[in-house]
Ligand binder design. Structure first.
Ligand code: 5GP
Length: 210
């Protein structure tokens, strides 16, 4: 049987530069895919249905939740966001790594369901830099920037629950750290699993277990 794909959860406040870091990380890599989320928020200029998100109505989204079609979901900025379950499970089964670029409430649901997921949170160098990046992006009006900053504080409060906190200061450094974090997360888990198998085999030889 081929090895299962690795699940990578990438979180961080809106405006921290997750998308840029991820694009660099993916460049030249094979057997890895980014899950396309579903959301009820309206598409931004330049976004395409099925590429950036699947844009659903609230009714469609709620139907997906109740039929068990979401791997995780959360409400953020009064909108639903969630990861469609089937494509992720299929990719992992086929040995393809899957990246979920999601906010923390959803990330922590994934951690509970997939304890060996690589949980990575990206921090801004400072709160001021985060504000500047959000304003500079120009995709949000002033009110929405403030809302996103408030949500950012909520996210930062829960960042401790992630395994790796990376600071996105110099992009090349952040990408390198992301590579190291993914490898570390999975090496550690793999080692534990093979050690566990070994210990159990020893126990059997030792005839402790009957
Ligand atoms: P945006 O509206 O800026 O595209 O996304 C807002 C937030 O929702 C970001 O933090 C993004 O990572 C998060 N998000 C995107 N897709 C999902 C998802 O499928 N599940 C969860 N829980 N959060 C998501």
């Amino acid at each position: 049987m081929s090895e299962r794909g690795r699940l990578i959860v990438l979180s961080g406040p809106s405006g921290v530069g997750k998308g840029t870091v991820l694009a660099r990380y993916l460049a030249g890599r094979e057997r890895i895919k980014v899950s396309v989320s579903a959301t009820t928020r309206a598409p931004r200029a330049g976004e395409t249905d099925g590429v950036h998100y699947y844009y659903l109505t609230r009714e469609q989204f709620e139907e997906k939740i109740s039929s068990g079609g979401m791997l995780e979901w959360a409400q953020y900025n009064n909108q639903y966001y969630g990861t469609p379950r089937a494509p992720v499970e299929e990719a992992l089964r086929e040995g393809v790594d899957v990246v979920l670029e999601i906010e923390v409430q959803g990330g922590l649901q994934v951690k509970r369901a997939f304890p060996d997921a690589a949980m990575i949170f990206i921090l801004p160098p400072s709160f001021q830099v985060l504000r500047q990046r959000l304003v500079g992006r120009g995709t949000e009006d002033g009110q929405s920037v403030e809302k996103r900053l408030r949500a950012a504080v909520e996210e930062l409060r829960r960042a401790q629950e992630y395994d790796f906190l990376l600071v996105n200061d110099r992009i090349e450094d952040t990408v390198r750290e992301l590579e190291a974090a993914v490898e570390a997360a999975h090496t550690i888990t793999r080692r534990q699993q093979s050690l566990l198998t070994e210990v159990l085999q020893d126990a059997q030889t030792d005839s402790v277990t009957d």
